[in-house]
Design a protein around this ligand. Structure first.
Ligand SMILES: [Zn+2]
Length: 105
């Protein structure tokens, strides 16, 4: 897959995963929407993750758990892990296996 196309796909999945996580864990529980349907914390996490994605020097980008660089700050890494776990299960239950196996942590 071409790099640009792959990044577009990863970007789409990243957005979906954080969106679902935020909706279920924050917005539904009363956290205020900050931008594009995300709360402030999740919006910042998304921006941070997208930045890492665009700047990933490895091509093809490996799954992050198999990566030797670990470019996420520990705190952000912890957050995105939680998002992946939660939304991974969410999409798994809805049959989006193609998204799960492709992704990340
Ligand atoms: Zn949130």
């Amino acid at each position: 897959m071409k790099k640009e196309k792959r990044i577009k796909k990863d970007e789409k999945i990243l957005k979906k995963f954080i969106e679902v996580y935020c909706k279920e864990n924050h917005i539904k529980k009363g956290t205020k929407v900050y931008r594009d349907g995300y709360c402030k914390e999740c919006y910042e996490l998304l921006q941070y993750s997208l930045e890492r994605l665009y700047n990933c020097p490895l091509d093809p980008k490996p799954q992050c758990k198999h990566c030797k660089i670990h470019c996420y700050k520990p705190q952000m890494r912890q957050k995105i892990k939680e998002v992946m776990k939660f939304s991974g299960m969410y999409f798994l239950k809805r049959g989006r296996l193609d998204w799960i196996f492709h992704y990340f942590f």
